[in-house]
Every structure is written in C-alpha cells, then in structure tokens.
Design a protein around this ligand. Structure first.
Ligand SMILES: CC(C)(COP(=O)(O)OP(=O)(O)OC[C@H]1O[C@@H](n2cnc3c(N)ncnc32)[C@H](O)[C@@H]1OP(=O)(O)O)[C@@H](O)C(=O)NCCC(=O)NCCS
Length: 138
C-alpha cells in the first residue's frame, strides 16, 4: 500500500471520521469547519484508493508560537510509519516559517511521548519548565 502526504486540511467530515477512529470526541460540522479554516497548515495522508488514513495540523501565530494538533492515524493504518511522515511534513512547514526562539508546542497523548521525542520534543515538567496545563470547556 502506498501512502502519500497531501498538503491540505481534512474536510470537517474527514476530520470527525479520523477523530472517531481514535475515540476522540467529534465536533459539530460548522465548529469543525471554523477550527480547520483557522489552522495555519495541515496535511492528510491518503492511500492509493483515496482513503484518508491520517492527518496533522498546525495552529498558532505563524512566527513565534506554533502548536501541533490533531496528529491522528486511523488504527487500521497505524505502525506503518504514517505518523512519522505526517510529523515530518508538519516540521518541514514549521522550519519554513520559524525564526530564532520560535516555540513549537504539542500535547502528547498518554503513552505517545516517545513518538514525539524522536522529533526532538522534550517532556514537561523538567528542571527549567513547569507543567503544561489545559482547561477543557464542558
Ligand atoms: C500517535 C500516532 C499518530 C502514531 O501514528 P503511527 O502511524 O502509528 O506512527 P508510526 O507508524 O510512524 O510510528 C509509531 C510506531 O510504530 C513504529 N513503526 C513504524 N513503522 C513500522 C513498521 N513498518 N512496522 C512496525 N512498527 C513500525 C514506529 O517505530 C513507532 O514506534 P514507537 O511506538 O516506539 O514510537 C497514532 O498512534 C495515533 O493516531 N494515535 C491516536 C491519536 C493520538 O494519540 N495522537 C497523538 C496526539 S498527541
């Protein structure tokens, strides 16, 4: 099976289907459309027959703070190197806009830290940085 990285954001339907495949909450299609449209960059991983096997996107200010979000590979296609291809494509975009001290963040899912460490990300908290924190609005 060949998989190619396509430089485009997923449609809201593709986005929700990928989220559903990894048991993440889905969003109303207008909400998903708005969120995706406000992304800085995105890629999808497409198989030979056009199936969308994965995605990743970047949000932020396009200069100082960039955040990697929604790196998802449908479990049917995991452990084939597609996640790595997605990360490489996102980091290539980031390198094209980054300047000295550009801050690239992401929130790792539990147990996926090693996947991101391979791309140079470090865990928090550490001696220098406090914890990353989030608040999810219910
Ligand atoms: C995290 C995620 C995107 C990784 O996607 P993936 O396509 O499975 O990633 P890769 O195949 O590139 O690498 C995953 C592992 O498979 C291994 N792998 C890669 N190609 C392989 C192959 N041909 N055979 C066996 N293993 C392989 C990699 O070495 C890597 O090992 P690791 O678990 O020690 O890091 C995927 O697991 C996922 O979508 N998870 C659910 C959503 C999620 O948690 N996303 C992250 C949000 S922060």
């Amino acid at each position: 099976m060949n998989v190619k990285i396509v430089k485009r954001l997923p449609t809201p339907e593709e986005y929700n289907a990928l989220r559903r495949s990894v048991e993440w909450p889905t969003y109303d299609s207008l909400v998903a459309e708005l969120a995706l449209a406000n992304s800085l960059y995105g890629v999808v991983a497409a198989t030979d027959d056009g199936t969308i096997a994965g995605m990743g996107r970047i949000i932020g200010d396009n200069a100082i703070y960039l955040h990697i979000q929604d790196v998802i590979v449908n479990p049917r296609f995991q452990k084939l190197g597609i996640g790595k291809l997605i990360m490489e494509a996102l980091l290539s975009y980031i390198n094209s806009v980054a300047t000295t001290n550009t801050n690239v963040g992401l929130m790792s899912s539990k147990g996926r830290e090693n996947f991101y460490k391979e791309f140079g990300f470090i865990e928090r908290p550490n001696e220098k940085f406090g914890s990353g924190m989030i608040k999810v609005i219910s």
